[in-house]
Design a protein around this ligand. Sequence first.
Ligand SMILES: C/C(NCc1cnc(C)nc1N)=C(/S)[C@H](O)COP(=O)(O)OP(=O)(O)O
Ligand SMILES: [Mg+2]
Length: 564
Amino acid sequence: TKYTVGDYLAERLVQIGIRHHFVVPGDYNLVLLDKLQANPNLTEVGCANELNCSLAAEGYARANGVSACVVTFSVGALSAFNGTGSAYAENLPLILISGSPNTNDASQFHLLHHTLGTTDYSYQLEMAKKITCCAVAIARAHEAPRLIDRAIRHALLARKPCYIEIPTNLSGAECVRPGPISAVTYPITSDKAALEAAANCAAEYLSGKLKPVILVGPKLRRAGDGAEEALLKLAEAMGCAVAVQPAAKGMFPEDHKQFVGIFWGTVSTDAADSIVHWADALLCVGTVFTDYSTVGWTAMPDIPLMAAEMDHVTFPGAHFSRVRLGEFLSHLATQVKYNNSTMIEYNHLKPDPVLVHTAAPGDELTRKEISRQIQALLGPKTTLFVETGDSWFNGVQLKLPPGAQFEIEMAWGHIGWSIPAAFGYALRHPDRKTIVMVGDGSFQVTAQEVSQMVRFNLPITIVLINNRGYTIEVEIHDGSYNKIKNWNYALLVQAFNGEDGNAKGLSAKTAGELQDAIKVASENTQGPTLIECSIDQDDCSRELITWGHFVAAANARPPRLSGA
Ligand SMILES: C/C(NCc1cnc(C)nc1N)=C(/S)[C@H](O)COP(=O)(O)OP(=O)(O)O
Ligand SMILES: [Mg+2]
């Protein structure tokens, strides 16, 4: 049989480490789906809609490093653009692949289904260019190898999504076999001279400081190439305090003696903000300072920052290009002087462990009791997904034991992300126990994907916190729009079982009922277990209220008058 464009794409996806591809079929991509399915190393994963499909691919990329989402033209792709936006904001190489019209239609001025009803079908590619690092449309089969390789290479290098558009009559067209995958995957290494100079200059800069602190951000993990291990080496070579941004929780071991907590301004944990504000040098590694991570700009560090990024390093008086993060951190670790002044100070100021109250079984369920019981679930093989909402704050406060992982979507912040994303992640990590903390409002956005967890028998535990509405929004700015129709969430999940599923849907109103439900969940190894936890609608974290206050203030800044 002939080797085709679809076979080429399938082989490239497998060569870069993809084993599952997320799809919603449509008549523009059916031949392509056949070709992908024909590759024995790919498992096709159907999703209920393209928003969830793209978010499942986003979650898969967190586990696998790269992912693929295959949709049909326009009606599919425009929804998948949302998960693609998430991959862009969260620095994940998601490969968005869309079927498109037959190559003969444009020149015949045909009006087509699934389009805007004009004869110009180029709008999708133009839109994709804005939300990916590389967007290509294959017009003739012989261009496919060059364009597919280019898009995938850009995505892997930039840790950003890419877009590949394949006309419905080209997926089955003849194509040559791919060349060595190294041409697509080989990274751009540091320039040797720049690496040397950057490490020496940085060591010099730090040696002139009395109180250096390391602040870890979410791009540390996204940089790959051993950056997390290199950071550990550097931290131990310096002996300084290491604080972590909320979106980077889990990227530095929380049982490490130099871990000083999550730095999130006035809603930091473990007084991390005190030691960050005490520092006279802040080595920011892969950090992202947004309005949300700086609590409405109230927590923007006020000293000049030293920033080690994925491919460059800057600090007062210096900039070094083409210096890869992992290599830079490793090299700097051999040059820096030991200076544990910030750990000495931190050990004076760190707060004593707080006594966590254990509710009696008959006590009405509270947010704190839910957190206490989830804390007890965390272990070396667990991964906790925390959804946008008060789950961010409740999740960030939890302590990660060695090996426990944490996933949050704090840059894009699409409510509902956690359900499809946890599904995609768990497919790639069947060896781990995936737990989701999700609010009622978020769950309503993407609930359908629980049915894929059923289909793939994934024992994901979903802790649904039902506080009757959009509480985070209530705290930022309340209104009638923050009320939602309540569902019977436990019953809904049982409905997803159809005639053969193993999902369990439970509800808990007391501490004892939650304890019992968690036991059922831990024993349900053949499917997802959703536990609906009802709490008072005003039972939210103090951090949410404080953070919401400052974010609302930042949103309310008056427009700058022209010329003012
Ligand atoms: C509506 C919205 N954000 C606005 C928003 C709207 N649409 C999308 C896709 N993403 C968003 N973040 C948010 S955070 C809700 O409070 C979430 O409610 P819920 O899941 O119930 O969590 P909490 O009750 O803890 O807030
Ligand atoms: Mg809610």
